[in-house]
Design a binder for this molecule. Structure first.
Ligand SMILES: [Zn+2]
Length: 95
């Protein structure tokens, strides 16, 4: 019933998040690649992020702007349930 079949520490995901884009872009160092792959072996969230990033990167390599779309960033943060991203609309408790 729970989507979390593992007790997973998302602090690790936060740490890896900045490396994920480099990993997907193929610019991450070998050491970090191995570290990240070891983490991804047990973390479906990060696998999804890398998979999404890979698609995004192959897309934006064909586009003039090298920026990752905000929608993608927002999605990544949502995947990892990060609370540091607060630009999601309709998520405030105003009223
Ligand atoms: Zn992770």
């Amino acid at each position: 019933m729970s989507t979390h079949h593992h007790e997973h520490d998302h602090d690790a995901c936060r740490r890896y998040l900045s490396s994920l884009s480099d990993y997907a872009d193929g610019t991450l160092s070998d050491d970090l690649c191995r570290e990240l792959e070891a983490h991804m072996a047990t973390c479906e969230n990060c696998r999804i992020v890398v998979n999404t990033l890979s698609k995004t990167i192959s897309l934006y390599h064909q586009l003039p702007e090298p920026e990752m779309p905000n929608a993608v960033k927002e999605r990544l943060y949502k995947v990892l349930n990060l609370d540091s991203y607060s630009a999601a609309p309709g998520d405030s408790d105003s009223a």
